[in-house]
Design a protein around this ligand. Structure first.
Ligand code: 13P
Length: 249
């Protein structure tokens, strides 16, 4: 169901001690009475610690990636079953850093999505164009194929478990954000494409914006009608900034 989400993608930051102290501080600082789901995505090694610390809170834990196989000889990889067995029910898939540095293809990502859904996990699926695509006005085309190639094979019912995160690659970690208008234009486009394939359920899909979301720009981005929240990188590593962003929704 469509709802507000603020998710922090910690990437390869924070060891066990830092994870513990951040989460204990977050629990103390969490805004009350806000209709927003808060999610944190620490490194694999700290997921169990995070689920334990956050057990009786309303902050959820997500993994940043997952392997597509059920198990087997895949040295260094983590399966869906391993995640759900420690209480992690959400996984971020298709992040641009996974696509760029780890060569994750749309077909591989479709496979990962299928595996996550088989395990009744929720998927935060990232899409977003590079700067060259924006400059050549191909940005909608690029995002359309990212959606089509990894998600449009899914049956209607699956969409209950899918959250989309629009993260323009040129805005990630650069300090450069999409303007609220650029974000709204793409979020509306994404919703229209889902509607085109699946009909009314598109209105119920949560679509997050990611890319240099900071306390001082969060409010205007979140005020756009098709922006349902944020997937935050750098500013999610600091409790004061992260809670300010939660408060901005
Ligand atoms: P920044 O907020 O650091 O730009 O990162 C965004 C992101 O990649 C979240 O997944």
């Amino acid at each position: 169901m469509r709802h507000k989400i603020i998710a922090g993608n910690w990437k390869m930051h924070k060891n066990a001690q830092e994870t513990g102290s951040f989460l204990n501080d977050l629990i103390n600082e969490m805004p009350e009475g806000k209709e927003v789901e808060v999610i944190v995505a620490p490194a694999f090694t700290n997921l169990m610690l995070a689920t334990q610390i956050l057990e009786d809170t309303n902050v959820a834990v997500a993994a940043q990636n997952m392997h597509q196989a059920e198990g087997g000889a895949f040295t260094g990889e983590i399966s869906a079953d391993m995640l759900t067995s420690i209480g992690v029910q959400t996984v971020i898939l298709g992040h641009s850093e996974r696509r760029q540095y780890f060569k994750e293809t749309p077909a591989l990502l479709a496979n990962k999505v299928d595996t996550a859904l088989r395990h009744k996990m929720r998927v935060i699926f990232c899409v977003g164009e590079e700067l060259k695509d924006r400059k050549s006005k191909q940005f909608q085309n690029v995002v359309f194929y990212q959606l089509k190639d990894s998600l449009f094979h899914l049956p209607k019912e699956a969409w209950e478990h899918i959250v989309i995160a629009y993260e323009p690659v040129w805005a990630i970690g650069t300090g450069e954000t999409a303007t609220p208008e650029q974000a709204q234009e793409m979020h509306q486009f994404i919703r229209e494409q889902i509607a085109h394939h699946y009909g009314n359920l598109a209105d119920n899909v949560t679509i997050l914006y990611g890319g240099s979301v900071k306390p001082d720009n969060a409010k205007t981005i979140f005020s756009q009608p098709d922006v349902d929240g944020g997937l935050v990188g750098g500013a999610a590593l600091n409790v004061a900034d992260f809670t300010a962003i939660i408060n901005a929704i």
